[in-house]
Ligand binder design. Structure first.
Ligand code: HEM
Length: 179
């Protein structure tokens, strides 16, 4: 996982839980805690941070990943306004992840293993999002979707129709917006 993700996690934890919280989390997780944005670090480190935060906050690792995604999105919007400015709603923003956002991320952060999503319009108007990754971070995607919806002033309902964490071969999320 690229260091930029660790940097975002540090910023989210520090902003919401105070300056000591990151150091405490790093110590408890037994990870190095020093990450440069362009560096690549073992996925096990991010998992250790997420699992340790989950235990200390009495939540599931998925809840922590989702909270992280939701909280990181406004920071991404500050840092990469160009990815947001052509969009009026979360749907078109999310549809640009495969073709615009993640390809740019791969150029900026060499070696980034960004996921590719499969998008489909459901008969009921929902946007179906297929996701498959060895990292199994559908809850991070869920959090990004919530954060993006908040950015565009929308509310979203997310249903996990299938989930790799439950043994399905891939994750399928169904997204419905109120506006
Ligand atoms: C400004 C917008 C975004 C930026 C800059 C961004 C950037 C990144 C970066 C740097 C990574 C780490 C890749 C690695 O370390 O190998 C990543 C991973 C990921 N991104 Fe994005 N992303 C953005 C938007 C989104 C959105 C909207 C979604 C969800 C729909 C999403 C879903 C994910 C997921 C699930 C991962 C985890 C890696 C995996 O699944 O294997 N991203 N993204």
């Amino acid at each position: 996982m690229k260091g930029v993700i660790f940097n975002l996690l540090e910023e989210v934890v520090t902003r919401q839980m105070g300056t000591d919280a990151w150091g405490e989390l790093v110590d408890a997780a037994g990870v190095s805690g020093v990450y440069t944005s362009l560096g690549s670090y073992d996925d096990a480190e991010v998992l250790a941070l997420v699992e340790t935060a989950a235990v200390s906050l009495n939540q599931s690792p998925g809840d922590i990943l989702r909270w992280f995604g939701r909280s990181a999105l406004p920071l991404l919007a500050e840092r990469y306004p160009v990815f947001f400015e052509d969009h009026k709603n979360a749907r078109t923003f999310i549809l640009s992840v495969n073709d615009i956002i993640h390809p740019e991320v791969r150029k900026l952060y060499s070696g980034a293993g960004c996921p590719h999503f499969h998008f489909e319009d459901a008969a009921d108007g929902r946007l179906l999002v297929g996701y498959r990754s060895a990292r199994q971070m559908c809850q991070l995607a869920h959090g990004f979707v919530e954060g993006a919806s908040g950015h565009f002033g929308q509310e979203v309902e997310v249903e996990h129709l299938q989930c790799m964490l439950k043994g399905d071969p891939m994750c399928r999320l169904a997204l419905a917006w109120n506006a």
